[in-house]
Ligand binder design. Structure first.
Ligand SMILES: NC(=O)c1ccc[n+]([C@@H]2O[C@H](COP(=O)([O-])OP(=O)(O)OC[C@H]3O[C@@H](n4cnc5c(N)ncnc54)[C@H](OP(=O)(O)O)[C@@H]3O)[C@@H](O)[C@H]2O)c1
Length: 279
């Protein structure tokens, strides 16, 4: 399995770190893609300690920067001709509208375009690694999401919850459109909801969201449980040939109504490609 390479974004904490650790235990060579040098070095040490003999690599990348995503993809290509798993996991919620260095609204940029651009850049390596898998960590927040093509980046009106729900809906639409585009390639693409998890999620915020997340913690599931569906989709033989699905607690689930329209998925793909400067 050491030649089986799994790339995980946001592996410094939360469900991403647990996912990486469990894939390392299963024998994958894991590559953590993360923005903080200190945090990722610490996570790599913890994973190596938990999975003796595991190969753990790190690549620095702030997923809000398209320049850094391109550089990270180049680095991954330089190191690995073939990739077998890509877990798009890095994400968050921002209650105040912020712009990235590319001039894009942060939630849309990190939670959706980050998945979109990194995956597209790594497709040649994933195709060479086939059978291979793309796993997209979405959310049931997508249920209240809508892709607002007239105001994708909240320029006219911004609400953090709405931006997050839209981005997580975009994860599901991206995942299904990717599976259509990869039909017959041996590369699968599935999305998932991890559950309501007591992770670092929302704790980057200072106001009501942080207060609410702290208050809710005793009622949320732990990170170990929250990572289960990501691990399942990344590694279980049960889903070897399954693609275009949406999973909750290791079971296929019908995606939210707004996540089932192939025309919306196709249009979102085109808009996203333009925003990322992809042909
Ligand atoms: N927690 C929940 O209840 C829940 C529910 C549904 C879906 N999800 C989804 O699950 C995924 C993982 O979240 P989590 O719950 O594990 O939250 P978390 O503990 O906050 O972990 C988020 C991870 O994403 C990374 N990240 C955030 N922004 C980044 C950026 N610009 N560049 C690179 N890495 C970045 C963080 O890195 P740093 O350590 O550098 O901050 C961290 O490793 C997210 O996509 C989230 O939307 C979570």
């Amino acid at each position: 399995m050491m030649d089986t390479v799994a790339v995980i974004t946001g592996g410094t904490g939360g469900i991403g770190k647990v996912t990486a650790r469990e894939l390392a235990k299963k024998g994958f060579r894991v590559v953590l893609v993360a923005r903080s040098a200190d945090k990722v070095a610490q996570a790599a040490r913890e994973i190596a300690a938990a999975a003796p003999g595991a190969q753990v690599e790190t690549v620095l990348c702030d997923m809000s920067s398209q320049k850094q995503i391109r550089a990270a993809a180049e680095e991954l290509k330089r190191r690995h001709e073939r990739l077998h798993v890509l877990v798009n996991n890095a994400g968050g919620i921002w209650m105040k509208r912020e712009l990235t260095e590319d001039g894009l609204e942060r939630t849309f940029a990190v939670d959706h375009l980050g998945y979109f651009l990194l995956t597209n850049l790594l497709l040649p390596q994933l195709r060479k690694g086939a059978p291979s898998r793309v796993v997209n960590v979405a959310s049931e927040a997508s249920k209240i999401g809508r892709i607002d093509f007239d105001d994708l980046q909240g320029e006219k009106h911004y609400n953090g919850g709405r931006a997050y729900a839209q981005a997580k809906l975009a994860n599901i639409l991206f995942s299904s459109e990717l599976s259509r585009r990869l039909e017959g390639s041996g590369v699968t693409s599935n999305a998932l909801h991890p559950g309501a998890v007591a992770s670092g999620f929302g704790l980057n915020e200072s106001g009501f969201l942080r207060f609410a997340m702290t208050l809710a913690r005793p009622f949320l599931i732990g990170e170990e449980k929250g990572a289960r569906t990501s691990i399942y989709l990344a590694s279980s033989p049960e889903v070897d040939c399954v693609t275009g699905g949406y999973f909750v607690r290791n079971r296929p689930r019908l995606p939210p109504r707004n996540g089932r329209d192939p025309e919306v998925a196709r249009r979102l793909w085109e808009v996203s490609a333009a925003l990322c400067g992809l042909a």
